[in-house]
Design a binder for this molecule. Structure first.
Ligand code: ZN
Length: 292
């Protein structure tokens, strides 16, 4: 089956996320794909063409991990686009220059906001402005209430369920990255590794978990970097508390391994990567079973 790349509109009744529950007895492993949503809400009146805005997506990532529920894992998949609202940012990571009126809560714009890619993106990939008008605080509040809050609640609840059941839980936060650093990145012009693992310098999971995933991927023939240039952002920061048996690891896969970055169409490497990710989940399943 050819994965869709349509950039579908988001009907009001469509939920902000889909939860894929295990098809076999559950293991304490939860994956989430926060950036692969491709259903575009009607009120997302971005200025650049849709094709340019879609370059912000981690297109196909939830589909690449679709073998996980057959291995006992739970997969939470965002359905809305990351350029509309980025759930991998803190709620204070807002650029006041985007808004026509004052934001009532405290602001703490991070370097991501400086780069134009905070909670709501000011810039599209390539550096052009995302909007031709300021947004209202009420519009932003609606995006948070409709998308951010339910997504985070769904992920927290899946992690809590497994932690209650098993006393520990492992979380893989699934992303993809451009093959070469672009204008919004910390490393413009630099070629990336096949995979970049992010544990915020060893703080969001047991280092043995990061090392195990790195070794497994290296065993499949990939080159793997750790915390360079991506360390992980809000989702692993919020959910990773290794001292409490909550292990969160971000995995970034190089888009050139599976798609044409200009058209978003799967390339000849897609099926091999999907198979290798299924092997990774098998290995991680054995890893977590040995620790409960
Ligand atoms: Zn991502």
């Amino acid at each position: 089956m050819t994965p869709e790349t349509s950039g579908l509109p988001l009907p009001d009744e469509l939920p902000p996320f889909r939860r894929h529950d295990p098809a076999v007895p559950a293991i304490p492993l939860v994956l989430d794909s926060p950036h692969s949503g491709e259903h575009y809400p009607d009120d997302f009146d971005h200025l650049p063409p849709r094709a340019e805005v879609r370059r912000a997506e981690d297109t196909h990532v939830a589909r690449l991990y679709r073998g996980a529920p057959a291995r006992g894992a739970t997969l939470i998949e965002a359905l809305f686009p990351r350029a509309y609202l980025d759930v991998n940012r803190s709620l204070a990571d807002i650029d006041p220059a985007l808004l026509s009126d004052a934001w009532p809560d405290a602001l703490a714009p991070s370097r991501k906001t400086e780069q134009g890619i905070g909670l709501v993106w000011r810039l599209a990939r390539g550096g052009g402005p995302m909007y031709g008008r300021p947004l209202t605080a009420a519009e932003l509040r609606r995006r948070i209430d409709r998308y951010y809050v339910p997504y985070h609640a769904a992920l927290a609840s899946a992690l809590d369920e497994r932690h209650r059941q098993f006393g520990a839980v492992w979380h893989i936060n699934c992303h993809s990255m451009p093959a070469v650093g672009d204008a919004n990145a910390d490393d413009p012009g630099r070629e990336r590794a096949d995979f970049v693992l992010g544990d915020r310098d060893g703080t969001t999971c047991d280092r043995a978990f990061t090392a195990f995933v790195a070794e497994t991927l290296a065993g499949c023939g990939y080159d793997v970097a750790i915390n360079d240039p991506y360390k992980g952002v809000e989702l692993v920061r919020r959910h990773g508390r290794p001292a409490d048996g909550r292990h969160s690891l971000q995995i970034e896969v190089n888009r050139a391994l599976y798609m044409d970055e200009a058209t978003l169409a799967p390339n000849a490497g897609y099926a091999k990567l999907e198979g290798d990710l299924a092997r990774l989940i098998d290995a991680v399943a054995a890893f977590v079973r040995a620790r409960i």
